[in-house]
Design a protein. Structure first.
Length: 187
């Protein structure tokens, strides 16, 4: 029986697409969770017939109430795994406790360097000669969970923030589906 998974995303959904475009992916993406009603990723999910759940945190009296609503939707869909793909919210204990060890994230740096927001910008400004991509388990910290896989991306002479970002995203789109497949097949 194939495992069921949800993708959480807040923006354009390029990593969402990378995950679902892998025909050999070892699980079914049954739900997209999004915190931004106008996000492009919602249209991409709808075009592919993937159920969407869009809810804004500001509509709830607390983070706990917001995450309880998400947990209910995930349980209704019988979701076993969560893949964060550009989900721009810090996951709290209400959600994390239910999916601990079954929630992964992709981050555009070689963690532990440049955790949190604007990682590509900060790496570029720091003048590093390499950066990269990290896939890690989600824990209660910000980009502090156990690292599953990393891939380096060199910072080339003449790079702009945009060219570096494009190469990092290309690397994300290769690495994330590979890691998802390996994890699902192992469990």
């Amino acid at each position: 029986m194939r495992k069921k998974a949800a993708v959480f995303a807040s923006g354009t959904g390029s990593n969402f697409e990378a995950i679902i475009n892998k025909a050999d992916l070892a699980c079914d993406i049954v739900l997209l969770v999004c915190d931004k009603p106008g996000a492009v990723v919602v249209d991409k999910a709808n075009l592919r017939g993937i159920s969407t759940f869009v809810c804004q945190p500001k509509e709830f009296h607390s983070k706990e109430a917001y995450e309880k609503q998400i947990v209910e939707k995930l349980q209704e869909a019988k979701v076993e795994w969560i893949f964060l793909a550009g989900y721009m919210r810090i996951v709290g204990p209400t959600l994390l406790n239910v999916f601990e060890g079954r929630m992964i994230n992709i981050h555009p740096s070689l963690l532990p360097k440049f955790p949190g927001k604007d990682a590509i910008e900060r790496a570029y400004q720091a003048g590093v000669d390499k950066t990269g991509v990290t896939v890690h388990f989600v824990d209660k910290g910000v980009d502090t969970g156990p690292i599953i896989a990393q891939r380096e991306v060199p910072v080339l002479q003449g790079d702009t923030k945009e060219t570096l970002k494009q190469r990092i995203q290309q690397t994300e789109h290769q690495l994330y589906p590979e890691v998802v497949k390996q994890l699902i097949l192992k469990k």
